[in-house]
Design a protein around this ligand. Sequence first.
Ligand code: NAP
Length: 481
Amino acid sequence: MVSRVIPVDDFDLVIFGATGDLAHRKILPGLFRRFKAGQIPATSRIIGAARTAQDDDAFRAEAEGAIREFGGVTGEDPQLAEFLPLLGYVAIDARGEGGWQELKARMRPGAVHAFYFSVAPALFGDIAERLAGHGIADDDSRIVVEKPFGRDLASARALNATLARHFDEHQIYRIDHYLGKETVQNLMAVRFANVLFEPLWNAQFIDHVQITVAETVGVAGRGSYYDKSGAIRDMVQNHMMQLLCLIAMEPPYHFDPDAVRDEKLKVIRALEAVPPEDIVRGQYRGDDADYLKDAEDPESRTESYVAMKVRISNWRWQGTPFYLRTGKKLRARTSEIAITFKEPPHSIFDDSGQPKANELVIRLQPNEGMNLKVMIKEPGPGGMRLVQVPLDMSFADALGPEGADMPDAYERLIMDVIRGNQTLFMRGDEVEAAWAWTDPIINAWEDSKRRPEPYDPGSSGPEEALRLMHRDNRRWREIRS
Ligand code: NAP
């Protein structure tokens, strides 16, 4: 099954922070892959901008190195030779006045203009102001901003206000790269393009939902940076919130940016406050890997793991808890959403075992796919014995080699920017609502004197998190890849 590649319009994309890690690892290799796929017109221009003084050729050499290292390109690649001339570079200090007129001169009238702010959020305002002040951006230009979008409601509001001084909401593309993952988009397809699930998608039939994002890596090397954030700010407020929204939202009237985002916003606004007893924080502590050493702060109370029980206060979800957990240095790297349905109200199979609850697991990574556990009769003689079996579908198997070769989230999202489609980007009010829910959780913790629960590196997290589930007569799914 070959997916159709629809070329985007001719564009000029300026990457502020083009010499940085994100540009090297994701943006430049992603753009090259889209070029290879035939989606980027050969007339398009990609202009790097950062303080480093260098000319176009030096930047092309830098970009080639990054694309080779992170884009899996080895040896001669004629398409790489065709791609590199699209690149150019202008030395610009976001806080200075040099370079902006040169940048303006490079922007071609008639092309789509997009500006990717792949720099620290403290520079967003400076860049936005200068783009507008020098007449480089106009009403049709788009800006792309990276996470973190604030570290609390007040800072997110301030950031939104800064951008709003120069750009309209329809021009602002706030990246949450989880939304660019194919399997995350698939959540909407599964729910709203099948008749099978939606009638059961409510508290009457769903016992609970588990959302897990587990990583095996720790924070060594970037611990002092991570320590200012922690799992709730780094993962829950944004990525896990987006997953929760896609699972819990009402069907939008149309797959249209504002229709989808309106429904997500309603979910966030319906989230109940989380009492302290429904949340467990952890830090990995061991001889080989120790969060406190990685964070370079023996007194740190920042969580590298969090598990919480979340309730959505609306008709659809009254009584169905959503359990979220995410952490570093866990047993396996995996992201999944598991929907556990209720048990059948009555069993007709008296002496052959109770039917177990159906479970739908949507695997986001690795091995993207879906697994639906259903009851069947155990084959063979011996009466009517029941057994639960998985209906297992890996998207790679089901869709063939092209299915396995899914575009990286960044590739998809950058092409959406050029197309002017904001569906997979967070709207300003969505981000603020997410912080409004998260702030009291973070503040209550900061006011308390408690320390995170220690857990062994390579484990499933702290014991306390198990108790959070046991208390409700439920169990976490095993963390495995
Ligand atoms: P980085 O490696 O530190 O790169 C920062 C970039 O900004 C460099 O190109 C730097 O180049 C440029 N820069 C710094 N000060 C500047 C100034 N005054 N004027 C113009 N350019 C300036 O950071 P990064 O990891 O790429 O992250 C960039 C953004 O993406 C951050 O907001 C980060 O939170 C976000 N993000 C990154 C990742 C990731 O995987 N790396 C993931 C998610 C989000 P010069 O020194 O040459 O000026």
